[in-house]
Write a protein of this length. Structure first.
Length: 294
């Protein structure tokens, strides 16, 4: 039997409704007000959680990388950009309060060990491993030490790298997400059947983290066995930012959640029957015919 993962009052398993994550990521552009608007949209759409990204800028990037000339929304260097995209402790404190008030859970993809300690201050219900961090053994062990559920994205990773990460994390309290790390992802590189291969090899729940344009792959992922779906969201794809183009606007988010919630109902149980609603139609349209002995 496939394992299940409990996150706060939700369960990720084959027998539970799909766990849907609206990734705000860095699409808030450093604005708490914009972050709140996206939280509101996630709540209205019926998502289970919102997710952010957290970096300790001086630990993730070298001084040389930060000093690179890079005209952007916040200034002229990579340093201006990276610091501009980070929310403060007070911002996260308000996000924590706001999400509790809206009855939606939140957590983050941390990109360094100090960020894990930072996010842990808010007693988040789980941790997400960004694809870029999958091969960092020290980081994975740090997350494992929190004794909280871990959601593992597998973009730009080989099967051997994924197996190694799973060996460190263990399959208890783990959800593995199929992912392709291009923004946006072309349909020919989405390769949803990897979900089926993951389900054959691993006993933990399998999810899908999508960066494509549109809704179809995210809905099909659930039909193929994904127990959780994560998509980036935005208020407007024309806003400044590298992740906006691969994100869902509010109407698209609502449609995706609606369609995902209907997948299991539409698939049914596979048993061919005549429904009660069909009987009046049958009585009206079907003529009585002689039945042969064949």
């Amino acid at each position: 039997m496939r394992k299940e993962v409990k996150i706060a009052n939700k369960t990720i398993s084959d027998n539970a409704p799909c766990f849907i994550i609206a990734e705000i990521g860095i699409n808030h552009n450093g604005s708490l007000d914009l972050a709140k608007k996206m939280i509101d949209e996630a709540v209205f759409a019926g998502c289970d959680a919102v997710k952010f990204q957290k970096r300790t800028v001086t630990k993730v990037y070298t001084p040389e990388e930060l000093d690179v000339y890079r005209p952007n929304y916040y200034g002229n260097t990579n340093r201006d950009l990276k610091f501009g995209l980070e929310l403060s402790y007070d911002d996260y404190k308000e996000i924590d309060r706001y999400c509790k008030d809206k009855s939606i859970m939140w957590f983050a993809s941390c990109w360094d060990i100090d960020s894990v300690d930072f996010i842990e201050q808010f007693d988040v219900p789980c941790h997400k491993v960004a694809s870029a961090m999958l091969t960092d053994d020290v980081f994975l062990k740090k997350l494992k030490s929190t004794n909280k559920p871990i959601l593992l994205s597998t973009g730009m990773s080989t099967m051997d790298e994924i197996r190694h990460a799973v060996k460190i994390l263990g399959e208890d309290n783990l959800v593995i997400y199929h992912c392709t790390s291009t923004y946006p992802t072309e349909h020919k590189e989405i390769n949803l059947r990897v979900i089926e291969e993951f389900r054959k090899e691993f006993s933990c729940p399998i999810g899908y983290s999508g960066h494509e344009k549109g809704l179809l792959p995210s809905v099909l992922a659930v039909e193929l066995g994904a127990n959780s779906v994560e998509r980036h969201i935005t208020i407007d794809r024309t806003l400044w930012g590298s992740d906006q183009a691969a994100s869902l606007e509010p109407e698209g988010l609502r449609r995706m959640v609606r369609d995902i919630r209907e997948v299991k109902t539409v698939l049914g149980d596979g048993k061919k029957i005549v429904y009660d609603s069909e009987i009046p139609v049958r009585n009206k349209l079907r003529k009585v015919r002689e039945v042969s002995n064949v």
